[in-house]
Ligand binder design. Structure first.
Ligand SMILES: [Fe+2]
Length: 273
């Protein structure tokens, strides 16, 4: 049967569209393969990790203390809701996301978070939130401890580095608090080590981790409202001042020593995870 002119043109357009889609599909497939090869090649150089066992399927970590152990500095209600609801929701969403990306399930959470630029766009966007939340909260829980380990001040090499950088521990706390109070919205305040082994205080929005800025965190402070509003309402300063009483400096010192050791051996800025 002879086709009308419009039908022939429509058919030609369909053929061209199909060809373009095939070419795009092949290109994306090759690009995806190259990205996976890049990840695998880069992973062989990895030497340092905060949470080496954090891989799919992810699990909500147990705390080393009870939800009521940080009273009166952080209330039982806040700790329970924060850990059992906020963090658990992030882990569930992270697993639901990763379930659709089988090719990437072999990589650790830190590895994925430091290679977002080579991941599929939708995966990277979800990892920024759910993966970042899982990393940040896991890190934050370990930075806390009830007395007698919680509170006080750092010792050893970390104390010396803080004194060198900030003049004194009190000046460090003041600088950390000012950085926290100057930020608006849902933020985290961090003490990190850069690749020159210099201490830096940074704040990140939402669930960004310092890892994405090539910084190695050693202390984290969750300043989302869910971390303090039920207890302190809008008074963020009150939360900051009480929080120092439950900082687990032994863990922070451990992080600093581990980071210094890792930085002494890395050849590439992303060889630490
Ligand atoms: Fe939080």
């Amino acid at each position: 049967m002879k086709r009308k002119k419009g039908e022939a043109l429509f058919s030609l357009k369909n053929s061209i569209s199909a060809a373009v889609l095939v070419l795009v599909g092949v290109a994306l497939g090759r690009w995806g393969d190259q990205m996976l090869q890049t990840l695998q090649k880069s992973m062989q150089a990895a030497t340092f990790s905060y949470f080496p066992d954090y891989k799919y399927p992810f699990v909500l970590p147990e705390l080393a203390y009870g939800h009521d152990a940080l009273e009166p500095y952080i209330s039982t209600q806040i700790m329970y809701l924060h850990h059992v609801h906020q963090h658990r929701l992030a882990v569930e969403n992270l697993n639901e996301t990763m379930r659709e990306y089988a090719a990437y399930q072999q990589y650790s959470l830190e590895y994925l978070l430091t290679h977002l630029e080579v991941l599929p766009y939708e995966l990277a966007e979800k990892l920024k939130n759910f993966g970042g939340s899982h990393f940040n909260h896991s890190f934050f829980w370990r930075c806390l401890s009830p007395a007698p380990q919680g509170g006080g001040m750092p010792q050893g090499r970390l104390k010396e580095a803080i004194d060198r950088k900030f003049g004194s521990f009190e000046n460090f706390k003041r600088t950390f608090a000012i950085a926290t109070l100057q930020c608006v919205g849902s933020v985290w305040t961090w003490l990190c080590c850069d690749h020159q082994k210099d201490l830096v205080i940074v704040t990140t929005m939402n669930y960004e981790t310092p890892l994405t800025r090539d910084l190695l965190p050693i202390l984290s402070f969750d300043v989302w409202e869910h971390a303090y509003y039920l207890q302190h309402h809008h008074k963020r300063l009150a939360y900051v001042l009480l929080w120092w009483n439950v900082v687990n400096w032994a863990y922070v010192e451990h992080n600093y020593d581990a980071v210094l050791t890792a930085l002494a051996h890395v050849k590439h800025k992303k060889d630490y995870n």
